[in-house]
Design a protein around this ligand. Structure first.
Ligand code: C5P
Length: 240
């Protein structure tokens, strides 16, 4: 919970995607990594965070009860697109929350430092904040015929992650004006209003789980995190 006297920051966790590219038998948020669902992991990152107040989860209609059981949070049913799911979550964020941060549950390993950096930038006066990372690969344009059509200057590009933070009134207005458009994130909707979007440092651990390869990486990362958190018993290293 936020320190006494500080304005409230609500979190909306969008978890209503089907995860088609994962070929899993359950919606992506309910896929398990090292024994815990993505939703359980992402929700804990926010409910345990000192900067975050109320948490709203947006789940597939078929999994609302399961999401409530897993998180103990307010859960609403999502829409056909990420934008629609986020719009469904917004009214459930308390009206007295000055800021709202929106996070993809598909990024369950977001470090607490990234959440803090987003909230700190909002408290410093930004209306919209996104975590970003540099491009590491060479990037090329592809023509309509599929042929490669030149290298793009990657020094002018970044990869955008979540959580993305907003003054709540700005995000509400962006969604009101954005009806009928389809944006892949909230910052794009807000930017369309002419609002400046501020960047903070993202983190590779906040990567988005999209494909079976990402799940394999997530399994490895989860095991590293779990073994780092396992206390070494008095008397030496644990037996293998
Ligand atoms: O599909 P993708 O991985 O890009 O989705 C990003 C996030 O948006 C995921 O956490 C997913 O659950 C969520 N989402 C949603 N409702 C949709 C589509 C995606 O809540 N209809």
């Amino acid at each position: 919970m936020a320190a006494h006297g500080q304005s409230t920051v609500a979190a909306i966790l969008v978890a209503a995607g089907s995860g088609l590219r994962l070929h899993a038998p359950v919606p992506k948020a309910f896929v398990e990594v090292d024994g815990r669902t993505l939703l359980d992991r992402a929700a804990q990152a926010f409910t345990d965070h000192a900067d975050i107040g109320p948490v709203v989860v947006v789940a597939p209609a078929s999994h609302v009860a399961e999401a409530r059981r897993l998180t103990g949070s307010c859960v609403v049913s999502g829409g056909a697109t990420r934008q629609a799911s986020d719009a469904a979550g917004l009214p459930a964020a308390p009206a007295d929350a000055e800021f709202v941060i929106v996070h993809d549950v598909a990024r369950p390993f977001v470090p607490p430092e990234v959440i803090h950096a987003v909230v700190a930038a909002l408290r410093d006066g930004a209306d919209a904040v996104v975590p970003v990372l540099p491009m590491n690969d060479t990037v090329r344009r592809v023509g309509a015929d599929g042929a490669l059509a030149g290298v793009v200057d990657r020094s002018q590009l970044v990869r955008v992650q979540t959580p993305q933070g907003f003054r709540r009134t700005v995000l509400v207005e962006a969604h009101r004006c954005g009806v009928g458009t389809e944006a892949t994130d909230d910052a794009a909707l807000v930017e369309a209003l002419g609002v400046e979007v501020v960047a903070v440092s993202g983190d590779e651990e906040a990567f988005k789980i999209t494909t079976p390869w990402d799940v394999a990486c997530a399994e490895a990362l989860a095991k590293v995190i779990r073994s780092a958190a396992t206390p070494i018993p008095l008397g030496g290293e644990p037996k293998r």
